[in-house]
Design a protein around this ligand. Structure first.
Ligand SMILES: [Zn+2]
Length: 312
């Protein structure tokens, strides 16, 4: 394979490799306190696509219940000593306090959480309300990937993709939610392959916007021809595709915003990712579109830092 010399092309290559490692697309950022959409939206009614879902839930396959047997007699029962009740909840509570290490930060369910290479998330953070997109979008959009997204973003996403298809476009959904551990796997693969450039090409676990569950990486069937590589899925030249241009002009109308614009590297710490969109609600997305800035830039300019960065 020819290795592109330009760093952005490196990034495209990285993203491709990430997909090859079966953890989904690429990239990261965001924090709340003035969320426009709240938990109530998670219960919004969504009409699923009529196909049977093929969603990876992270749960083991369902197994049939064991054969019914006679209940054990008292003498069969093992002696179990009473144990003290657990004192800690299994589900971490949100940490609205900004005076905590970022590595302990559990954001609430708002949509404006800042995540950058400076302001990370707790490894224990997993967003609520994740649903598989396979039940809502056809295979020619999901490409069979078991992509998950927070429920609050699913209806706007389906509406946007439906409108794109009505306009003759063929959007692909290449990546969505990525857990801390999934990000760690992707990161490790890249550290092994290109240790000197891993910091540029991938986000360490805990520093990816994908952990928020409101981020989508889009693809386009035009990309392969534009780049000249048949199996390419992520490349900076996504902005040249019909789907990329449409998203740049219209995604805000559905509540999605481009997290890493071309000119925002100094603020976000990430190279241009024209395929990486994040759901923030129509009001905020429209405001950002009109001002021509990223959510990260807006939040860091209008709010105090979300947490105390951990020592390197
Ligand atoms: Zn991404």
């Amino acid at each position: 394979m020819t290795i592109p010399a330009h760093p952005r092309r490196w990034f495209g290559l990285f993203c491709l490799l990430v997909v090859a490692f079966s953890v989904g697309g690429c990239s990261p950022t965001a924090t709340p306190s003035t969320a426009i959409v709240t938990d109530a939206d998670e219960s919004a009614t969504i009409t699923p696509h009529p196909r049977p879902p093929v969603v990876a839930t992270g749960l083991p396959p369902t197994t049939p219940p064991p054969e019914a047997t006679a209940p054990p007699t008292a003498t069969d029962l093992p002696t179990i000593a009473p144990s003290p009740l657990p004192t800690a909840s299994l589900t971490p509570s949100p940490t609205p306090d900004r005076n905590i290490p970022c590595s302990s930060r559990i954001p609430d369910n708002g949509l404006l959480t800042v995540v950058t290479l400076t302001y990370g998330l707790s490894r224990d953070y997993e967003p609520a309300g994740l649903v598989g997109l396979s039940g809502y979008l056809p295979n020619d959009v999901t490409l069979g990937y078991p992509t998950e997204l927070r429920r609050v973003a699913v209806t706007p996403l389906v509406k946007m993709i439906t409108d794109m298809q009505a306009a003759g476009l063929q959007p692909r959904v290449l990546s969505g939610y990525r857990s801390f551990s999934a990000q760690a796997i992707a990161r490790q693969k890249w550290l092994e392959k290109e240790p000197d450039r891993a910091n540029i090409l991938s986000a360490p676990p805990g520093f990816s916007e994908h952990q928020l569950g409101t981020v989508i990486d889009f693809g386009s069937p035009e990309l392969a021809e534009i780049v000249g590589q048949e199996d390419i899925e992520f490349h900076t030249w996504f902005y040249k595709t019909s789907e990329g241009r449409w998203l740049l002009d219209n995604a805000h109308k559905y509540g999605f915003t481009l997290s890493y614009p071309f000119e925002a590297f100094e603020i976000t710490g990430f190279f241009y990712e024209p395929w990486h969109y994040r759901y923030v609600g129509v009001e905020m997305a429209t405001q950002l579109h009109e001002e021509g800035i990223s959510l990260t830039e807006h939040q860091l300019a209008t709010e105090p830092p979300p947490c105390i960065p951990d020592s390197p």
